[in-house]
Design a protein around this ligand. Sequence first.
Ligand SMILES: C[S@@+](CC[C@H](N)C(=O)[O-])C[C@H]1O[C@@H](n2cnc3c(N)ncnc32)[C@H](O)[C@@H]1O
Length: 218
Amino acid sequence: MRNFIKKITHPFLKLGLKLFYLKPRKYCYENICIKVHPDVFPPHLTFSTKILLDFIKPLNLKGKTFLELGCGSGIISLLASKKGAIVTATDINRTALNYLDKNAAKNNLLVTIIFSDLFESIPNSTFDYIIINPPYYPKKPKNIKENAWFCGEHFEYFEKLFSQLQDVECKNVFMILSEDCNIEKIKSISNRNNFYLSNIQTIKNNFEANYIFKIVMK
Ligand SMILES: C[S@@+](CC[C@H](N)C(=O)[O-])C[C@H]1O[C@@H](n2cnc3c(N)ncnc32)[C@H](O)[C@@H]1O
């Protein structure tokens, strides 16, 4: 996914990408069309969002409570809502949340939108499903946009995530990771917090392998 962007080294391609993300861009999935602000994680040219959309598409979500933790564009939340789920979408990127609000209205879909640093401001701690597409590069984010990519020099995002997850009741917590990240390190943090990552799907393309993990309490 992000690897794809990293592997684009040709200056023209680089410039093309930069120009592409200068203004809000349309993205559609299953007749849900949204506008994505340049400061928000782009589902267009990355793989992970589409993989998660394809993953939740066949699930029976009718009447289920569904949390997208770190929703970015919110396209996954909107699909879940379209499938009848009771959806909460959270992020620390206010632009993402404002755009999601407008995109939900345009698509006549209902999503509860909450500004929250991980689980900190989410009033409910019980969900049927939680979906996470985390930032995973070990670097300190310099701005809000970079929170989509960087998890902190010492994997602070994951330290906090697994620590907070202990107080959350959910049997179906799914997280996507790419071969491009330090999966062993993330597994060790989960392990230390009494969870293990169970690989339930591997999706490979010409650029990279992505893994959907179920986060299971030991
Ligand atoms: C890789 S993007 C995924 C976006 C979306 N879920 C998707 O699959 O397209 C990660 C998202 O997590 C958000 N994020 C990063 N740190 C967060 C935190 N501490 N609390 C909530 N959201 C966070 C980012 O702002 C970004 O929108």
